[in-house]
Each structure stands twice: as structure tokens, then as C-alpha cells.
Write a protein that binds this ligand. Structure first.
Ligand code: MLT
Length: 246
């Protein structure tokens, strides 16, 4: 069975993928997806994405053991335990913990994907594993796939687009897939960028902003391809590592 690979370019258009019934791979390279992947790889029990700081605070009032993490304008909100730098999510800090996470666009993309049967979290860090898991689910259930790039505040994001292209590359190699024109364009962009992913990311507006506020190490970390073999799944309001071996 041939699987179509669609592309949606911002969090706000996630409901279109939900209506199509696609398996969604939600991508926010800088930095929400990369942070979730790193936290779960380092032993966090679960990541709970919420849209607002207030929502996160309320969750902690009800569950004092939760860690609060996230960003506004790239920085840790007041009273939170952690920001949104994947490098903060070390095993010492997160092992066995549940983390409530609120970010500008990434957690919104996840929340707007609610209603989809399967939502995976993808970034460069886990591009191959995310692609393989999406394909496995799509084949098993006769579904198409949407690569959903979170964008930034409703705008196009260079690094998410290139990452969609990296995941599309893995989907092409692994299965009987047809890329939509959008997914093809992302894949062509990835072909051009892949020899110097970090250099390409550094040209993006959000990467430049992160460098300006002193977070250039995050950009370097998030540009690593296939560092982790995990495919986090968002279900019932929670992201978990469901299955390490794909
Ligand atoms: C977002 O969700 O918009 C981001 O992850 C922003 C960031 O932390 O750099």
C-alpha cells in the first residue's frame, strides 16, 4: 500500500492533518521536540505539553511533584524549574520525573494535534526512528503521514522545514511512500543542507535569536542527526517513550 506524506507548515494547521486521519510527526527542532526527546531518553517518565504558563502552574498546584519547564521568548518563565534547553534535561534532573512543558509553538503543535490517532515527536535527533515508527503505524492501520512543522508564532521555520525533509528522506528509503509537493520541497532543501546541517540551522531566524540570548550550544546540540533511537508518542495529553526498539 502506498502511503502519502503530507506537509503542514505551522502549529495552527495541525487540525487539517487530524481531519485527514494522518499519523502526525510534530517537529519543533529549536527546541521543543529536541527537549522532549532528550528528556525522555534521559529517563523522564512523561512530558505533559500545555499551552500556557498559567496552565502549567495550575498542574503543579495539583501535582507538587511535577517539574515545570518551558520558555517564553526563549527564556525560563519565573518560578519554573527548568527552561527549554535540551542540555538542561540531564539524567540527574529528570530520571523518573513527570515534566509539564509549555513552549511558544512546539507544545501548541502537539495540543492542536489532539484527535489524531497517532502523534509522534520528531527532530533531527531522532529523524530515522520517528520516520520508521510513523511508517510502521501508517502501514499497519492504512493511514497517510503528515509532517507537521511547528513554525514560530504562526510563521515558517527554516530548521523545521529542513528536518521535515530529513524525515521524508528516511520515509522514502524505508517504505512505499509518495511525497506531496510540500514534502518533496522539504526533502530537496534537506539534500542541499545535509552536508552542513549546523551551518544551515545557524542561518535561521530563531537560531540567530537563540545565539543572541546566549544559547548557541542548544543550536549545536539540536542539529545532530539520529543521535537517539527513540520515537516519543503523544497520547491522552502525555508524551511517553512507548517502544525503544523499532
Ligand atoms: C517553541 O516551542 O516555540 C520553541 O521550542 C522555542 C524555544 O524554546 O526556542
Amino acid at each position: 500500500m502506498e502511503i502519502r506524506v503530507n506537509l503542514e507548515l505551522k502549529a495552527e494547521t495541525a487540525p487539517r492533518a487530524v481531519r485527514r486521519g494522518d499519523v502526525i510527526v510534530a517537529i519543533d527542532v529549536l527546541r521543543c521536540s529536541s527537549t522532549i526527546i532528550t528528556a525522555l531518553t534521559n529517563g523522564a517518565k512523561a512530558v505533559i505539553p500545555v499551552e500556557t504558563v498559567r496552565e502549567a502552574e495550575k498542574m503543579r498546584e495539583m501535582n507538587p511533584e511535577y517539574l515545570l519547564a518551558g520558555e517564553r521568548r526563549g527564556l525560563k518563565p519565573r518560578g519554573f524549574d527548568m527552561g527549554n534547553s535540551p542540555l538542561e534535561f540531564t539524567r540527574e534532573k529528570v530520571e523518573g520525573r513527570e515534566i509539564v512543558l509549555t513552549t511558544t509553538s512546539g507544545t501548541k503543535a502537539l495540543r492542536r494535534s489532539e484527535g489524531a490517532r497517532w502523534v509522534l515527536v520528531g527532530a533531527f535527533l531522532n529523524a530515522r526512528s520517528a520516520a520508521r515508527k510513523a511508517l510502521q503505524l501508517a502501514v499497519k492501520e492504512g493511514l497517510d503521514i503528515t509532517l507537521l512543522t511547528a513554525g514560530k508564532r504562526g510563521r515558517f521555520s527554516l530548521e523545521d522545514f529542513i528536518c521535515a525533509g530529513a524525515i521524508a528522506e528516511e520515509l522514502k528509503v524505508a517504505g512505499d511512500t509518495t511525497l506531496s509537493d510540500g514534502a518533496k520541497a522539504a526533502n530537496l532543501a534537506y539534500q542541499t543542507a545535509k552536508e552542513d546541517l549546523l551551518g544551515t540551522l545557524q542561518r535561521g531566524e530563531h537560531a540567530q535569536y537563540l545565539v543572541k540570548i546566549g544559547l548557541e550550544e542548544d543550536v549545536e546540540f539540536c542539529s545532530q542527526l539520529n543521535r537517539y533511537e527513540v520515537a516519543p508518542i503523544y497520547r491522552d495529553g502525555v508524551v511517553r517513550l512507548w517502544n525503544r526498539q523499532l
